[in-house]
Design a protein around this ligand. Structure first.
Ligand SMILES: [Fe+2]
Length: 396
């Protein structure tokens, strides 16, 4: 059964939701749609799920499948080029967080003149954005970033000054492009689109969703509305992630993980914490999947935060199913860390960064970029560069 509701944008949620696209697009004045996705999604045949609906609505479309796993500003400019040359006036983002984030940035750059880097959150990008952007539908094919309900897009920007200083470096810097107008007009969230997702990606993306809720709950920002969503997001992800990994066809688990991903993304309006600051450079420098990077560092960041967030960690233990009644605060908070470690073990997350190709000589550069990342600014314990080095070493 489909549910349609608005929070924060319009969401059409449930098995078969993808078939509502023909009705949704009929509500917009559209001539031609650009579908933004990646080559992996094209191979799965999921693009046809969308194009069949566009044909049903009598709409023409063009395809841009040039989104990288960690989308770059070059991807965005190539997508804008395609949008213009194909004379499109609407965008459908189809895929994981990468495709949805790239679609949002293409939407922005289709009508805005400054270089993409000028719209970074840290540069006050939101103030420079106007609502004059093409309409957009987001169709997620993973349960992870929740980008379909988010106002941000994480894009890797070329770091020309850093590259000049270190010619070996090709990675660039992950940055958040953020603004309220970037939120898709409609999110079409269909758990059936995630059924074919492999176990590893189900685990990685699911841990990203869980980390969003967990870190938001620990964030120092005052936002009780997000706290309520975050703790429920932890509960749902904690209850269903293992099931979704063990049996990809478990539609109840897939459905709940889709909801947990959206809840994590809504919760992190309250901002995140040091795990995300550690994870972002692990993707750009070491090429590690974002969710996997979060998963490996998360237990260490919880230990790092222990003295500064005991009550929140106790609540998280409760949300993860630990019977905390009668336990001391310290024991209950510690139980949250034990639960996360246990879950990660059960879903096959490697324990250490060295298991996924990170070496000690990368740590100085990782730590430098982690400090530049804004997520740790709302971490319950203030982070220095030495702390970043310590946390990478603990996770190594
Ligand atoms: Fe994330």
């Amino acid at each position: 059964m489909l549910s349609t509701f608005s929070f924060p944008n319009k969401i059409v949620f449930g098995c078969g939701a993808v078939n509502s696209i023909s009705d949704i697009v009929s509500g917009f004045s559209i001539n031609r749609v650009l579908i933004v996705t990646d080559k992996g999604i094209v191979k799965t045949g999921l693009v046809e799920e969308v194009t069949d609906n566009l044909q049903k609505a009598g709409l023409e479309y063009a395809l841009f499948d040039g989104v990288s796993p960690n989308p770059t500003e070059d991807n965005v400019y190539a997508g804008v080029e395609r949008y213009r040359s194909e004379k499109c006036d609407f965008i459908i983002g189809l895929g994981g967080g990468s495709s949805l984030d790239a679609a949002k940035a293409i939407r922005l750059m289709a009508t805005h003149d400054l270089p993409l880097a000028e719209y970074e959150a840290q540069k006050g990008g939101a103030e420079k954005m106007s609502p004059n952007m093409p309409g957009m539908i987001a169709v997620p094919t993973t349960a992870g970033t929740g980008s379909e309900v988010g106002r941000g897009a994480v894009i890797t920007i070329k770091s020309t000054c850093l590259r000049a200083a270190r010619p070996h470096r090709q990675a660039g810097r992950k940055t958040l492009i953020f603004g309220p107008y970037l939120i898709p007009n409609v999110a079409v969230v269909d758990p059936e689109l995630t059924i074919g997702l492999p176990k590893t990606l189900t685990a990685y993306t699911g841990m990203d969703a869980l980390t969003h809720s967990l870190e938001s709950y620990l964030s120092t920002q005052y936002h009780p509305i997000c706290d309520a969503i975050a703790i429920k997001g932890v509960q749902i992800a904690g209850a269903y992630l293992k099931r979704a990994v063990e049996n990809g066809k478990d539609i109840e688990a897939r459905t709940n993980m889709m909801m947990a991903a959206m809840m994590g993304a809504i919760a992190f309006q309250k901002d995140l914490g040091v795990a995300h600051s550690l994870a972002h450079p692990l993707s750009t420098i070491a090429g590690i999947h974002h969710g996997l990077a979060n998963a490996i560092v998360l237990p260490h960041t919880m230990e790092f935060n222990f003295e500064h967030a005991k009550e929140q960690l106790r609540d998280i233990a409760g949300a993860l199913g630990v019977n905390i009644s009668g336990m001391s605060l310290d024991d209950a908070a510690q139980a949250a860390i034990v639960q996360i470690k246990q879950l990660e073990k059960e879903i096959g997350i490697p324990e250490r960064l060295r298991d996924v190709g990170v070496s000690a000589d990368m740590i100085p550069e990782l730590a430098e970029q982690a400090m530049e990342d804004g997520c740790h600014l709302t971490n319950p314990r203030k982070c220095s560069k030495e702390d970043m080095v310590y946390l990478y070493n603990k996770s190594l």
